[in-house]
Write a protein that binds this ligand. Sequence first.
Ligand SMILES: O=C1C[C@@H](O)[C@H](O)[C@@H](O)C1=O
Ligand SMILES: [Co+2]
Length: 298
Amino acid sequence: MFENNRVKLGIAPIGWTNDDLPELGGEITFEQCISEMALSGFTGSEVGNKYPRDPEVLKKALHLRGLEIASAWFSAFLTSRPLEENIAAFKGHRDFLHEMGAKVIVVSEQGNSIQGQMETPLFEQKPVFTESEWELLVAGLHRLGDIAAEKGMKIVYHHHMGTGVQTTDEIDRLMAETDPGKVSLLYDTGHLVFSGEDPIHVLKKHMDRIHHVHLKDVRMETAYAVREQKMSFLQAVKNGVFTVPGDGVIDFKPVFEELDKAGYNGWFVVEAEQDPSMANPFEYAVKARRYIKEQSGL
Ligand SMILES: O=C1C[C@@H](O)[C@H](O)[C@@H](O)C1=O
Ligand SMILES: [Co+2]
């Protein structure tokens, strides 16, 4: 599978130090994190809160370990803040990623998002965009897509738990209303399964829009407990809802087969936010790397 080096394999720093919950892994250094990524067999990474922001300093640390930057998350507030404010912040992010050699920019709309709220029940209070919010989102994403294209880059939209683009219907609507030349999709297995969606259905339906992949697995017993006990997204993460591929309920073989069949080229980024004091990030990175090799040959 994935012959001709079409796919690169990265891992996100969120298993070592969590951006949404910085106290998780607060003691782990940037050097430990990137050294363990390289040692476990990955060649790329996304950007975490401990990464130096000076591109030359970051490049040197990464290149010493054979790593490159795949992308980095951008929180958009297109439905809740002025467009010009979004554009100014986005341009800085785009320029940094461009300097680092990334080709795609992860974008997620955080207007009305509950993903960062510790006490807000995830399934009960998920935001639903109004018609005017959908219009703002679509028009704003088109602008961000144009700005990314100025540097030969693409935006890849991250559907996400606790946001207005979480479910299959919401992803379908976003894809239907956005221009494929300006807005691509990030496919995150963990968020789809946690939400109760069929990941293969979404994959097949939107394959031609998918230009970045997050490989995340789900501990289903925890996902059920989150619903029953009305936990928030952050409580779910603390309780270990997410883990690395090969450690949860998702069968990644058909995911890899579909992506291979479609000629996917780009990054696979393992992304498993869990408490590093309970799930040793190096051990889980090695586990993920072995599982991906077994299932895809990569
Ligand atoms: O891509 C991601 C970035 C994180 O900050 C986020 O909360 C996580 O769930 C995710 O999928
Ligand atoms: Co993700």
